[in-house]
Design a protein around this ligand. Structure first.
Ligand code: ATP
Ligand code: MG
Length: 299
């Protein structure tokens, strides 16, 4: 797996209070890209993406055979930031049997009858698999923090919904993730950082092109009205829950090819960095295999 030193630019340091102003949604720079013109830049990024996807395909096979680790990928973003396209591209080269994607929508009444982690726990990837959460329990400290009236539906015991309430939720998340990591799950969390201008451009494109109409929802436009509240909620959540065991990455999302290349590189570098091995064949198993071979050859 080639080194990609620029990846650490995107990682949110554990314990640091971040400001999204410091992260450029339009970023497309790196030592590797610096010298290139626009078209060349794109084709170079594409080549890197292809190389990383090939590495990822190999790594996934090994992850499956090794059967000790699971990989959980969490994607969070504003609407039209490119979650769907990223999932499609990053997963394009891998064996569908080893990968599961789950999209979390507004919770059902059954889901609201449980703690906020419950519905996600049921969808966690098993050992050997890559699981992708398209939205996740982070919605409960993002959309729910922006619209605290949603909490009324969740039938929580009475108590103040103050600063401590949200800090307790971050703590629950950190502890939950730590439990998963201690038990063999690798967690990678991506915030696709799209700018407000680029979101407008993409919404307009959805309105202009008939084949994209189905993607437009008036609710998305409504949520856009809360942009600054969302950015604050993201800053709080990312600062509080980027940990050494489950880091957040803030991925520039104004250029789709940058997003895809960066996410693919981080996922494949991480999996390739695990100590994965094909299971050892014991002496007894080796004998059994030799027997089987003899029998087949005699047929
Ligand atoms: P797409 O629009 O590309 O199909 P999406 O992820 O935006 O994908 P939608 O069905 O449009 O899917 O939106 C799901 C909605 O559910 C989002 O607005 C999200 O904020 C909301 N949601 C998810 N989890 C929760 C939650 N725990 N509480 C309240 N709302 C939630
Ligand atoms: Mg949507």
């Amino acid at each position: 797996m080639p080194e990609r030193p620029y990846l650490k630019l995107f990682r949110v340091p554990a314990g640091k209070k971040i400001s999204l102003k410091d992260y450029n949604p339009g970023w497309r720079q790196s030592k590797e890209f610096e010298q290139l013109g626009k078209d060349e830049l794109k084709s170079r990024a594409k080549a890197i993406l292809e190389q990383d996807l090939a590495e990822l395909a190999k790594a996934q096979e090994l992850l499956y055979a090794d059967d000790r680790h699971a990989v959980l990928i969490i994607l969070q973003a504003m609407d039209a930031a490119g979650k769907d396209g990223t999932i499609k591209h990053v997963m394009s080269g891998i064996n569908p049997q080893g990968c599961q994607v789950y999209s979390f929508k507004k919770p059902s009444s059954e889901e609201l009858d449980h703690n906020f982690l419950w519905r996600c726990m049921k969808r966690l990837p098993e050992r050997g698999r890559i699981g992708i959460f398209n939205r996740s329990y982070y919605e409960d400290v993002l959309v729910v923090k922006v619209h605290p009236e949603l909490l009324e539906q969740s039938k929580l015991p009475a108590g103040k919904r103050d600063k401590t309430f949200w800090e307790n939720r971050y703590e629950d998340i950190n502890t939950f993730e730590r439990h998963l990591v201690r038990n063999g799950t690798v967690i990678l969390k991506f915030f696709l950082n799209v700018s407000k201008e680029e979101q407008k451009r993409r919404f307009l494109e959805r309105l202009e092109r008939p084949e994209k109409h189905w993607k437009f929802s008036a609710a998305d436009l409504h949520e856009r009205g809360f942009w600054n509240d969302y950015m604050r909620a993201y800053e709080d959540a990312l600062s509080a829950t980027s940990t050494d065991w489950a880091p957040w990455y803030i991925v520039p999302a104004d250029h789709k090819w940058v997003t895809r290349t960066v996410v693919a590189a981080i996922v494949s570098t991480t999996i390739c960095g695990l100590d994965l091995r094909y299971p050892q064949v014991s002496e007894a198993q080796r004998k059994e295999l030799a027997e089987a071979r003899k029998r087949l050859e005699k047929e």
